[in-house]
Design a protein. Structure first.
Lengths: 356, 95
């Protein structure tokens, strides 16, 4: 049924239109034919009538169009106001809150472990701060139980105890680490110290030049705060340095003049005091090389060495910042270089006398 | 007539070469499916099949019965759009 018989004499426009019509018809027939082939194939292959099921099924799955009900016929918030019994705690929980409650109740789930950890941390902090107030080492043995009890009863008083004012009054305690923690009860700060036993002497020295280093009675750890940390006094810092560095601090050089060797370390110590920040770099290498010599000097002149050390300590203690450590290190470095300028020595020793 | 047929042949060639014919076919098919023409046609086919019997229906049967209805069922909007496109193509490519 193609309309090819059009008058040739007609205007081009007509011919064009006719052409267009022809092309259109062709396209439509193409489409129809394609569809017929598809259908016929489906029929012959047997899948043409697959979407037609029996009448009962059709009725059953018909789309529901009633108000208050979805297309499957289900009511929307049918279970909203129902309550379920928790199998763990046997409480009646609202349905929408049931899943989060179970998570916490059973202790399984990301959030519940986080909360538990936080609670543990704050428990540790609070129990430690409370044992500080005891001022009695005997009770440290009962730390756990006693602290827990106290915490259970005195929840509100804990808050006030952690204020800065409170920590100052506890400052006189003997190197307690707990007070520093009590300032931050709800952070993970209970491990803010370093166990000094695991460190080598070089590391200890370098640590003591930069940190407070006072060892807590409870945790046996060194305070990692600065030299000006308010929890510990300079006496404590001095004592710690004596204790840790005392045996290996070589204040005196090996040979040389006896009298001068006494003063020389101090002079050098004073000079190094001015640049004490650089000493940590020098000390490890120097101390490693000079350890043998320092030990020698130890055996030869124990008395002078001790007094020198105490002088140094006294001077360092007054100066506050890591002078003690640095002076010890400068003494070590001294021992390797035996001859030193001794002109500044007398004046320096007088300064030290004043300080002491 | 010769001219006519030659012109027609030229036009067809142009359509195929540029790919416009295929594009038009796709466009038409899409539009017909969209407007529901295809579903109507399938219903027609079903009737023919039920009439002739599932086993013995042939392609010719379906074609003969269904094509004229198909041609008639094309919506006007689709027809107009297609004619428009063809016209545009012709004026563009054929003097």
């Amino acid at each position: 049924m193609k309309m090819e018989e059009k008058p040739l004499s007609g205007p081009d426009n007509t011919r064009l239109e006719a052409l267009i019509q022809d092309i259109y018809s062709e396209l439509v027939e193409d489409a129809c034919l394609g569809l017929c082939f598809e259908v016929h194939r489906a029929v012959k292959q047997g899948y043409f009538f697959l979407d037609e099921t029996d009448q009962d099924s059709i009725k059953e799955f018909e789309i529901v169009d009633q108000p208050g009900v979805d297309i499957f016929g289900q009511v929307f918030n049918q279970w909203k106001n129902k309550e379920c019994e928790c199998p763990n705690c046997k409480r009646l929980i609202a349905a929408s809150r049931f899943a989060p409650h179970l998570e916490k109740c059973l202790g399984m789930g990301r959030n519940s472990s986080r909360i538990a950890n936080r609670r543990l941390a704050s428990n540790n902090n609070i129990s430690k701060s409370e044992s500080d107030q005891e001022d009695n080492d005997d009770l440290n043995d009962n730390d756990w139980s006693y602290g827990a009890e106290k915490k259970a009863k005195k929840r509100k008083s804990d808050k006030n105890q952690n204020s800065p004012r409170r920590s100052k009054s506890l400052k006189h305690k003997n190197g307690e680490l707990g007070t520093s923690i009590s300032l931050d009860p709800y952070k993970y700060n209970y491990n803010a110290g370093i166990s000094f036993e695991s460190l080598g002497p070089n590391e200890v020295r370098s640590l003591l030049t930069t940190q407070c280093g006072v060892i807590s009675e409870h945790t046996k750890k060194m305070c990692t705060r600065s030299h000006r940390c308010p929890q510990h006094t300079d006496d404590q810092r001095r004592a710690i340095r004596l204790r840790l560095l005392g045996p290996s601090v070589p204040t005196l050089p090996d040979a040389d003049v006896e009298g001068d060797s006494f003063d020389v370390p101090d002079g050098q110590a004073l000079l190094s005091c001015l640049q004490w920040e650089d000493s940590p770099d020098i000390s490890p290498t120097d101390s490693a090389s000079s350890k043998a010599s320092t030990n020698h000097s130890d055996s030869r002149r124990p008395k002078k060495k001790k007094s020198a050390l105490s002088m140094n300590s006294g001077g360092g203690g007054v100066n506050l910042t890591g002078v003690i450590g640095s002076s010890a290190q400068s003494n070590i470095s001294l021992s390797t270089k035996k001859k030193k300028p001794k002109t500044a020595a007398p004046s320096v020793s007088s300064i030290y006398d004043e300080l002491n | 007539m010769n001219k006519e047929s030659r012109l027609k042949a030229r036009v067809n060639q142009k359509l195929t070469e540029t790919g416009e014919r295929d594009r038009l076919k796709e466009l038409l098919r899409a539009k017909l499916t969209e407007c529901g023409w295809e579903d109507q046609m399938k219903a027609q086919c079903k009737e023919v099949i039920k009439e002739k019997g599932l086993e013995h229906v042939t392609v010719e049967d379906i074609v003969l019965e269904v094509t004229p209805k198909g041609r008639a069922l094309v919506p006007d909007s689709v027809k107009k759009e297609l004619l428009q496109r063809i016209r545009a193509f012709l004026t563009q490519h054929v003097s």
